[in-house]
Design a protein around this ligand. Structure first.
Ligand code: FDA
Length: 319
């Protein structure tokens, strides 16, 4: 799938993605932040909530459903977690007013998991209560494997009260099938992704035919039980196979892709009458997100360099 050189670049990008010193340095640099932000803007709606909502409206008007995230993860102090939670509460209230049934997506470590599990749980409950009042859904993202257990446990507790909370499962983890079998007992939507984090080979499959097979098995399990599922991939082979199996016609099944990636495929799915959801992010914490998008598809590095050197080029993504 990838050449050896590409694999080395992917590993390097995934490890600098986790380097908090580099992240802080870029965020505080008056020179580097605006330069790299030009590259991030291919994948990120902007650095403010207004940017997120206005891009969301533009996509809604074109017939897409929306997921919206205020980006961030691994928040280290309770005070910063409360600030992030408050931003999500404002987002829920504004998105509820301006956008039709968006899903609000977030990392649990953005709102408490890296400080204290109970803090994360109580913040999720507060967001879920607000989302219920505003007619919205929440989707919990999945993070590095050392957090998987805690994320699933918090999801289960929240899902006992709130049916509008969903969870993301990474097909690349060997535990994915068992996790989904347990999660079938809960009402929330399950978003299946391949997995963005670098993990050891003992616990995960790399990108491969075997991983695609496993991804499809997970979809089979959910779709045949008519459990709400988001097919969150840009892999056309998987999407075609899911379509061939007839699942995309089910009301509970949708395709979801990250903003800025395979918009051509999204356009086709929407034109064919399938549910197509675009995942939009905003905020200043785009560093890790940008590194992951470059690592997944190293050709994006060329586009990133061109975006930095020539920010006003016109051939950016259109929906
Ligand atoms: P894969 O990486 O095999 O790519 C298949 C094809 O898709 C490529 O050949 C290329 O054509 C295209 N493609 C993929 N990535 C691209 C890119 N960056 N730029 C251009 N083309 C690209 N991960 C995670 O660990 N936790 C999470 O919570 C989430 N949440 C999430 C939500 C949604 C809506 C999506 C779509 C994805 C995530 N992810 C995630 C990321 C996910 O785990 C995975 O890293 C990416 O989706 C890329 O994997 P693909 O499934 O696209 O397949």
């Amino acid at each position: 799938m990838f050449s050896n050189d590409q694999i080395q670049v992917i590993h390097a990008l995934k490890s600098i993605a986790r380097d908090q010193r580099i992240k802080r340095y870029i965020q505080q640099s008056e020179d580097l932040y605006p330069l790299l932000f030009r590259a991030a803007q291919r994948f990120v709606a902007g650095d403010t909530r207004e940017h997120g909502i206005s891009k969301g409206l533009e996509l809604l008007n074109k017939g897409y459903a929306i997921s919206l995230e205020y980006i961030g993860e691994n928040t280290r102090t309770a005070e910063d977690c409360f600030q992030a939670k408050d931003e999500f509460l404002t987002l829920i209230s504004e998105a509820g007013r301006h956008l039709i049934s968006p899903t609000i997506s977030f990392d649990l470590s953005h709102i408490g998991l890296s400080v204290d599990r109970e803090l994360a749980f109580s913040n999720v409950n507060e967001l879920a209560e607000a989302a219920t009042k505003n007619g919205l859904s929440l989707m919990i993202s999945m993070e590095e494997s050392e957090k998987t257990e805690a994320i699933i446990e918090i999801y289960k507790r929240a899902a006992e009260t709130y049916s509008n909370v969903g969870i993301t499962i990474q097909a690349h983890l060997h535990r994915a099938m068992n996790d989904i079998l347990e999660l079938l007992d809960y009402p929330g939507k399950i978003r299946i992704v391949k997995g963005a984090y670098q993990e050891s080979p003992e616990i995960m499959l790399p990108r491969s035919e075997e991983l695609n097979e496993r991804y499809l098995q997970l979809v089979d399990l959910l779709a045949t039980k008519n459990h709400p599922v988001s097919i969150a991939t840009h892999d056309e082979v998987i999407i075609e196979e899911v379509r061939r199996r007839g699942y995309l016609k089910q009301a509970n099944t949708e395709c979801e892709m990250l903003y800025g990636i395979r918009s051509d495929l999204m356009q086709r799915l929407k034109a064919d009458g399938y549910q197509a959801r675009v995942y939009l992010t905003y905020g200043t914490e785009w560093y890790l997100y940008l590194c992951h998008r470059l690592a997944e598809y190293p050709e994006n590095i060329y586009a990133a360099i061109a975006d930095i050197v020539e920010p006003n080029r016109t051939n950016k993504t259109s929906y």
